[in-house]
Design a protein around this ligand. Structure first.
Ligand SMILES: Nc1ncnc2c1ncn2[C@@H]1O[C@H](COP(=O)(O)OP(=O)(O)O)[C@@H](O)[C@H]1O
Ligand SMILES: [Mg+2]
Length: 255
């Protein structure tokens, strides 16, 4: 899980990639033959108008739903249609657009549940090891909410819930972290904290794949941007190239 070479200029491996990935819901083709390559060791962004299939794409490549056709690979290994715990074990962790935490559990309980859902070993032996508690405390401190350890999750702010979810994802020490709108509904001070966490974790070797509508954040954080429209990639490249691409302006602004 920790074989990452880090965010070095020489790391040119393809991490997560898809070929012709397709997912239909009745008459709606949510992901429509998407062929995408994300760069390992980098901060990648996936952007696109509402309804362009970003969340469905995330769901397909993390085993939440099975694609109808096409292929997904991670560092060259086929992960198409694999169960979510197997994809987690391959080194991919994710957060959800609408924060997924247990509102009536404490912040600490949420941390301990988070790691169990990604690891069979933890499900079979659900004891609170001292190591797990220490790690949970360390990560809560890292995201800046360790003082809320004993609060019920429903009593902390939405931004703090997003930070809790991120800390929960980090419990399993994934080498690739997928975040679905981490800044959505979050106040500016906490957005800055999320941005610096992403930068620091990337410097420590974590790969990111971020769906986000806050363009300032996307353009300042990302090394590589993929643009979706109607379920497929219409453009990709470094932020400076993507933001001036006429196809992107058209998809967003209809001009
Ligand atoms: N569970 C579902 N059932 C039916 N349609 C869905 C479902 N999930 C997504 N869709 C449709 O698929 C399209 C893509 O949605 P989504 O992946 O959520 O886009 P995005 O995350 O880019 O906003 C939309 O038209 C949406 O209404
Ligand atoms: Mg979405």
């Amino acid at each position: 899980m920790t074989e990452s070479a880090g965010s070095t200029a020489t790391d040119t491996r393809i991490g997560l990639a898809t070929e012709g990935l397709t997912k239909r819901y009745g008459g709606v083709t949510a992901v429509d033959g998407a062929s995408v390559q994300f760069h390992h060791g980098k901060v990648n962004a996936l952007i696109g108008p509402n309804g362009s299939g970003k969340t469905t794409f995330f769901n397909c490549v993390t085993g939440m739903i099975k694609p109808d056709s096409g292929r997904a690979t991670y560092l060259g290994d086929d992960i198409t249609g694999k169960a979510s715990h197997r994809i987690a074990r391959a080194g991919i962790g994710r957060s959800f657009q609408l924060c997924r935490i247990f509102p009536r559990m404490t912040v600490m309980e949420n941390m301990l549940v988070a790691v169990r859902s990604t690891s069979l070993r933890h499900v079979l032996a659900p004891s609170r090891s001292a190591g797990e508690l220490d790690r949970a405390r360390e990560l809560l401190a890292r995201v800046g909410i360790d003082h809320l350890e004993n609060s019920e999750a429903r009593d902390i702010s939405y931004g703090q819930q997003k930070l809790l979810e991120l800390a929960g994802v980090l419990m399993a020490d994934p080498e690739t972290i997928m975040l679905d709108e981490p800044a959505g509904g979050v106040n500016p001070a906490l957005i800055d904290r999320i941005a610096s966490l992403v930068r620091d974790l990337n410097a420590e070797g974590k790969t990111f794949l971020i769906v986000e509508h806050n363009m300032e954040l996307v353009m300042s954080l990302s090394d590589h941007v993929v643009v979706f429209d109607r379920g497929r990639q219409i453009c990709e490249g470094p932020p400076s190239v993507v933001q001036n691409d006429p196809r992107v302006l058209e998809a967003y602004l209809g001009i």
